[in-house]
Write a protein that binds this ligand. Structure first.
Ligand code: AVI
Length: 292
């Protein structure tokens, strides 16, 4: 979560618009082309529900669903959760204008705190959305635990709509994390700059090299920063960290999954996987799981 200060948010926006970074476009295609099918699966037998989005951002993808659900006169409230208070006030103000009739309660805070708060506001059926393959930014064990934690905040019959990036040609994956414009590189270096700004450190970002890797066997796409020289970095004027030349800093994992692995993760967390919605290239899936 530390990647996403104001600069990191801007860099991630740029990344989503760059040629090589495919996940956002794939998921947008799913949401724009399969809107009715996704919504009908969510609406089910028609009981009122709370549509809760974990990490809503600008809600571009969910807006497709919200619009369709309003047209169908579905009885639902939209509860976007985000760690950024700017995001939540933006959504609270803009969405009721672009989507008249939408009941929205934005919740600013950490996912599980806000999920508890959502339960205290209403006892309606819950449909949780966790999009963008954010699940991939956790190591597999932590991702499985996260799904179990989500399940523990739900009742049988509640749903999870989860967006997951799939294993594919390794060159396609690697290129997405090694774009020619160098946006991913700046996205990673921004974390060092953030430490400089907020923790009064003195990283020289020119002395670190962006090194992305993808292992097609495990599906782990990992980014590292490699120290170009022997160097000392001071943090808060107190702690000194010594890097030897070629030493690495592990920055981020973006795990890729097979459809079978996703279904197994659902079952392990006491969900039943009931549907997959794929983009035309089968590079990404939005899966629907029902809490058992
Ligand atoms: C937000 N998350 C799913 C992105 C990803 O693909 O792992 C973050 C990202 N990091 C580098 N590029 C994009």
């Amino acid at each position: 979560m530390y990647f996403y200060d104001a600069n990191g948010d801007k860099l991630f926006q740029d990344l989503m618009n760059c040629e090589e970074y495919y996940p956002t476009n794939c998921e947008l295609e799913i949401f724009s082309e399969k809107t009715a099918d996704i919504c009908n699966a969510i609406i089910g037998s028609g009981d009122p529900f709370d549509l809760i989005e974990l990490g809503a951002g600008d809600a571009t993808k969910s807006t497709y669903l919200l619009k369709y659900l309003l047209e169908q006169k579905a009885d639902f409230n939209y509860l976007p959760i985000d760690i950024s208070s700017n995001v939540i006030s933006y959504l609270n103000i803009t969405l009721p204008v672009t989507l008249p009739g939408l009941n929205i309660t934005g919740l600013n805070g950490e996912y599980f705190d806000m999920l508890k708060k959502a339960s205290s506001i209403s006892g309606r059926r819950k449909v949780i959305m966790f999009l963008g393959s954010n699940i991939g930014n956790m190591p597999v064990d932590a991702a499985e635990q996260f799904c179990m934690d989500v399940r523990n905040h739900l009742s049988p019959g509640d749903m999870l709509l989860i967006g997951v990036d799939l294993k594919k040609n390794p060159k396609t994956v690697l290129a997405a994390y090694n774009d020619k414009e160098g946006i991913t590189k700046r996205f990673n270096l921004n974390l060092l700059e953030r430490i400089n700004r907020e923790l009064n450190a003195n990283f020289d970002v020119n002395q670190f090299e962006h090194y992305p890797t993808y292992d097609p066997e495990t599906g782990a796409c990992k980014s590292y920063l490699i120290s170009k020289a022997d160097q000392d970095v001071r943090i808060n004027g107190m702690e000194t960290i010594h890097f030897v030349k070629d030493e690495y800093i592990f920055m981020e994992i973006s795990q890729k999954f097979t459809v079978q692995q996703i279904d197994q993760m659902a079952i392990k967390a006491s969900f039943k996987p009931i549907a997959h919605f794929f983009d035309s290239k089968h590079w990404f899936t939005d899966a629907i799981w029902v809490a058992q």
